[in-house]
Design a protein around this ligand. Structure first.
Ligand SMILES: Cc1cc2nc3c(=O)[nH]c(=O)nc-3n(C[C@H](O)[C@H](O)[C@H](O)COP(=O)(O)O)c2cc1C
Length: 329
């Protein structure tokens, strides 16, 4: 267990130093509950909780479900309490729900707030006001400095090879530049799909790994069977980087692009001004038909429960540590 006493309370005492990242459409309460019960932070984008018009906010229903399930688990397992959960807010001008979702998360005292696509003082304040912490995801050192100036408590460095909106930089370069001035909580995102990679994230200077794509191939995830099977069957060479689908560079599964009738080798550039997170989502096609995934999925060999995936990563993490220790000392 690495020394985590320098981290905010919400990020301490995890079974392994990992946060399961929020994934559009894919992350649902079942997955988050399984991740937290298994001892790592689970998360979901607030935008995944959608209600039919005129119905009460689904976000509220989800927060109640998660809070109650984790409370029950903690009462039944005082020796192995669940990790806290996180909610992701897309801080983009097209997200018309942002204010409402912030109010709901504030009321439910969400312990960890993850913000992406824009750093805003008010969101960080709302998190702090209700006793939470705010982590902001960034793809370079400039955005990292801005996020901290605006009051984020910690940073998620999204490096090359990550699923969804990945950055272009090597994790070695990105973590090094941020660590040169920032000694707060720092997470590394991008192709971490094994315990070995998680240990490597700590070795380069991150406090925690941020793991997404492997959780798509879990029984709890809200993904169709074909998507899960494609994750299992694919490797790094099957990941295509394109800005066509959302206007911002992201990583997608090549076979899903081909199946949609497009040539993955000849995709036109996207237009950032068309990015849209209004209630019906950012071009539903982008995530519903063109499936996102990071380069680490070669390590995913089967669809399992989230708890089994976390147990696999934990085993590898400790084995990698023992192997390295023998080699380095
Ligand atoms: C299908 C998919 C959807 C994603 N949706 C979101 C999102 O809604 N908000 C967000 O902050 N990050 C999103 N991400 C990015 C993840 O938070 C994280 O950076 C990434 O999954 C980590 O890389 P990995 O997939 O290689 O583990 C998404 C990633 C994937 C694969």
């Amino acid at each position: 267990m690495p020394d985590d006493s320098h981290l905010p309370h919400a990020l301490r005492g995890l079974r392994i130093p990992a946060v399961a990242s929020p994934m559009f459409i894919v992350s649902n309460p079942e997955l988050v509950i399984a991740q937290c019960k298994a001892g790592i932070v689970g998360s979901f984008p607030a935008l995944n909780a959608r209600e039919a018009e005129g119905e009460p906010p689904m976000l509220e229903v989800w927060l109640k479900q998660i809070t109650e399930a984790l409370d029950r688990h903690n009462q039944d397992n005082p020796d192995r309490p669940a990790a806290p959960y996180a909610v992701n807010q897309i801080v983009h001008r097209s997200n018309a729900r942002l204010e409402r979702d912030i109010e709901i998360c504030h009321r439910w005292k969400v312990p960890i707030w993850i913000t992406s696509l824009g750093a805003r003082v008010e969101v960080n304040q709302a998190a702090h006001d209700s006793g939470g912490i705010a982590l902001h995801d960034v793809i370079n050192d400039r955005f990292a400095r801005k996020a901290i100036e605006k009051g984020a408590d910690g940073l998620i460095a999204v490096a090359a090879g990550a699923g969804g909106h990945a950055g272009p930089q090597s994790p070695f370069a990105l973590i090094r530049e941020i660590r040169a001035w920032f000694d707060g909580p720092l997470l590394l995102s991008g192709a971490i799909a094994t315990g070995d990679a998680l240990l490597a994230a700590l070795a380069v200077g991150a406090d925690l790994g941020y793991i997404g794509s492997p959780f798509i191939a879990t029984t709890e995830a809200n993904a169709v069977e074909d998507y899960k099977a494609m994750i299992v069957a694919s490797g790094a060479e099957d990941i295509v980087t394109s800005s066509l689908f959302t206007g911002v560079s992201g990583n997608y599964l090549r076979p899903s692009i081909t199946r949609a009738g497009l040539d993955p080798e000849a995709l036109p550039e996207g237009d950032v001004s068309t990015m849209n997170f209004k209630d019906q989502g950012s071009k539903p096609k982008a995530w519903k038909e063109i499936w996102g995934a990071g380069q680490g999925i070669g390590a995913v060999r089967e669809v399992t429960g989230a708890a089994d995936l976390i147990a696999r990563i934990e085993g590898e993490y400790h084995a990698a540590y023992a192997r390295l220790r023998a080699r380095v000392e």
